[in-house]
Design a protein around this ligand. Structure first.
Ligand code: UDX
Length: 471
């Protein structure tokens, strides 16, 4: 099928590349000339597994880039809107980009097409998109508006798209549903998975992908409700972690105990320094705002956000309690991205913690496998960067783990012990076993678990008298 994807951000670029891999002819439209030039020249603007392969496989063949929205709409049966919906000062989603695309699409509609919302938008957006297209002159018989929310996670975006738990399609006419069913047919029939060159299947996924057809409004709500629920799950376990710390229980054991209940499930129950990224913070706020507009005071979501912020403050208090005063202290920081496997630092709790510590006068050397360049663009020059975890640790008063990169969970503990000035690790992502850390000579703080100390001595770093470890 001929498909246009408007917006080459995270969702648009991944969706465009994956739709081309399903066999469709895709035009990816963007009005940013720099982005288009980079894409045409073979660059991959985001750090995402399998995306470079897909782009080089389809660029110039089934995947083309253009700034001509009118022509792309004219040539396509389905137009996916994947432009940004950033938060306004009031916390709701700014839909002006969606509106301007809807306006432009209108004049290019001369035969039947579906206009599909792919960006996360509040319920009722589809009605507005329809109204705007009509207002600008399109024939009501020539188009339908549908919602096809995207559930991809950064870092695993390509496999999330191609091996989804489900495909949600919100349509109010059979005609529109048929078009979307056809677009996703390679995934729902399983034909994609047997083709040569299919992106390999990740663990814990089942094929073929089921498709769920709903009304447009239900599909819009499914997206907001999913993200809000997942954020709530994280805040819930972070609150439980706080109780664990107060009573001396181990949150990992609690997670295992509750996560094995099939009704709850083990995923998204990792406590830490709170959720970040371009979706959860924005979407929880936007959903809160949508509910208010619809006359429901969704206060549960306020609490989800409050616990999330508090989690960062609690971590900062932990750093203070481990080091006493902070001014002039040297800290090694592992992780700047909002989660492992990505170079994205939007709403990263790691960055917010680093900023707070810099303000308190700490001297920080940070290392992240992918996000240092992006951090350099937005952070003050006070922050120093290292080329490895060990270099970040070298000579530091303590090491902080702020992002759940796999490489941070597999460090050479003897080497780290030798590199640090004091063997103190404050882990915001629970990557290590407290007993193993104590046995390796570290004073180790984590989330929702008791601090552990070498030989069980609570002030482990002081055991040699002056707090400096033996050479
Ligand atoms: C999320 C949704 O998962 C995805 O379905 C949606 O399309 C976009 O938003 P993403 O933002 O890429 O995806 O990241 P995700 O893996 O969901 O993590 C979000 C944040 O929650 C990260 O900061 C992560 O570190 C944190 N997190 C996640 C936890 O603190 N604990 C967990 O158990 C899981």
């Amino acid at each position: 099928m001929h498909v246009a994807v408007v917006g080459s951000g995270y969702v648009g670029l991944v969706a465009g590349a994956c739709l081309a891999d399903l066999g469709h002819e895709v035009i990816l439209v963007d009005n940013d000339p720099h982005k288009l030039k980079a894409l045409k020249n073979g660059q991959t603007p985001i750090h995402e597994n399998f995306l470079p392969e897909l782009l080089s496989r389809h660029r110039g063949h089934r995947l083309n880039f253009s700034d001509d929205l009118h022509e792309a709409v004219r040539a396509s049966s389905a137009i996916f809107i994947a432009v940004g919906t950033p938060p306004t000062d009031r916390g709701d989603a700014d839909l002006s980009y969606v509106e301007s695309v809807a306006r432009e699409i209108s004049s290019a509609i001369s035969e039947y097409k579906i206009v599909v919302e792919k960006s996360t938008v509040p319920v009722y957006t589809s009605e507005w998109v329809r109204r705007i297209i009509l207002r600008n002159g399109a024939d009501p018989e020539c188009f339908d508006v549908a919602s096809n929310p995207e559930f991809l996670r950064e870092g695993t975006a390509v496999t999330d798209f191609l091996y989804p738990d489900r495909i949600v399609v919100g349509c109010d006419t059979d005609r529109a549903a048929q078009v979307l069913r056809k677009i996703y047919e390679p995934l729902t029939s399983g034909s994609y998975y047997v083709q040569a060159g299919a992106i390999p299947q990740p663990d814990r996924t089942s094929i073929p992908a089921p498709i769920i057809v709903t009304t447009t409004k239900s599909a819009e709500l499914i997206k907001h409700a999913s993200n809000a629920f997942l954020a709530m799950k994280i805040s819930f376990i972070n609150a439980v972690a706080t109780v664990c710390e107060s009573v001396g229980a181990d949150v990992n054991q609690v997670c295992h105990g509750i996560g094995t209940d099939n009704r709850i499930g083990p995923r998204f129950l990792n406590p830490g320094i709170g959720y970040g990224g371009s979706c959860f913070p924005k979407d929880v706020m936007a959903f809160r705002s949508v509910a208010r507009e619809c006359g429901y005071d969704f206060r549960l979501l306020d609490e989800v956000m409050r616990i999330n912020e508090d989690q960062r403050d609690r971590f900062l208090r932990k750093v203070r309690s481990a080091l006493w005063t902070l001014r002039g202290k040297r800290l090694g920081v592992l992780g700047l991205a909002f989660k492992g496997g990505t170079d994205d630092i939007r709403e990263s709790p790691a960055i917010l913690i680093v900023q707070a510590l810099l303000q308190e006068g700490c001297k920080i050397t940070a290392y992240d496998p992918a996000a240092m360049e992006r951090t350099q663009e937005v952070m003050s020059s006070n922050l120093k960067y290292a080329n490895s975890a060990y270099e970040a640790a070298a000579g530091s008063d303590a090491l902080l783990i702020l992002t759940e990169w796999e490489e941070f969970a597999n460090l050479d503990l003897d080497r780290l012990h030798g590199d640090l000035k004091y063997p103190i690790i404050i882990d915001g992502r629970n990557l290590y076993d407290p007993e193993v850390m104590a046995a390796s000579g570290f004073t180790y703080y984590s989330v929702g678990r008791a601090a552990s100390h070498p030989d069980g001595v609570p002030t482990g770093a002081l055991k040699n008298g002056n707090g400096v470890k033996k050479a």
